[in-house]
Design a protein around this ligand. Structure first.
Ligand code: MN
Length: 230
């Protein structure tokens, strides 16, 4: 293929126990998927206890590995959201819930970094969330652990510490929409494909971080992950 300039490299994540890397196609994120976080964001309770899932996206090249992560411009309120990340090895449209987990290649621990001030202004005006959510390096993510090694984590601790102090402490069992339901629902909007990542939402305790902070997080049964804002 003859391009007018060299195409950007394919974003990718390390795979635990393998020299081969996971090529990232798209990054989808679920909003308000833990009731305690929905409450702290000011969402109203639904009569049936859960609102339909809703999704936003980040660019594939917003995914960066752990280590030093640049503090982004244009915000005075950067916040952390620790999340279980689903990495798809198969895709499809209108995937039934009962078959959805068959699409999963593996899981990782990731951070949905958020310019909360920019997102709040967008919410007020009914504007898109993109510049609050989809900025450069906004999705630091650890290595992917294949299902073959860890299975499908469905309960257990999900936590985040800032400079050693616990800020978020939840349980995967409290996800409003479970991983299989998230995949099935998302596949009614887009044809999912191998390489897609899905950030599955965050428990309560999101808080502001600043340059120099160290963020350590983990998900039971998956692993741990750390970044430093520089
Ligand atoms: Mn999130």
């Amino acid at each position: 293929m003859n391009f007018v300039f060299p195409p950007a490299p394919t974003p990718a994540l390390a795979v635990a126990g393998s020299a081969a890397r996971f090529p990232i196609r798209r990054v989808f994120c679920v909003g308000r998927n833990y009731a305690d976080h929905a409450r702290e964001m000011g969402a109203h309770e639904q009569a049936d206890g859960r609102e339909p899932p809703f999704f936003f996206s980040k660019p594939a090249d917003a995914v960066v590995p752990g280590g030093d992560v640049p503090y982004p411009p244009a915000t005075a309120n950067l916040q952390h959201e620790i999340e279980l990340v689903v990495a798809l090895g198969k895709g499809g449209a209108d995937i039934p819930v009962a078959q959805a987990l068959d699409c999963v290649f593996g899981y990782a621990v990731g951070l949905d970094l958020t310019r909360r001030d920019v997102q709040a202004r967008a919410k007020e005006k009914g504007h898109p969330w993109d510049m609050g959510k989809g900025f450069d390096a906004s999705a630091p993510t650890g290595e992917i652990h294949p299902v073959a090694a860890i299975g499908h984590p469905q309960a257990g601790s999900i936590w985040l510490k800032v400079n050693g102090e616990t800020r978020q402490s939840g349980d995967l069992a409290n996800m409003s929409w479970k991983v299989a339901e998230v995949i099935a629902n998302l596949s009614t909007f887009v044809r999912l494909a191998p390489g897609d990542l899905i950030f599955t939402g965050t428990p309560a305790g999101v808080s502001t971080v600043v340059r120099g902070d160290t963020l350590d997080g983990g998900v039971a049964g998956v692993g741990e992950f750390s970044i430093r804002l520089v």
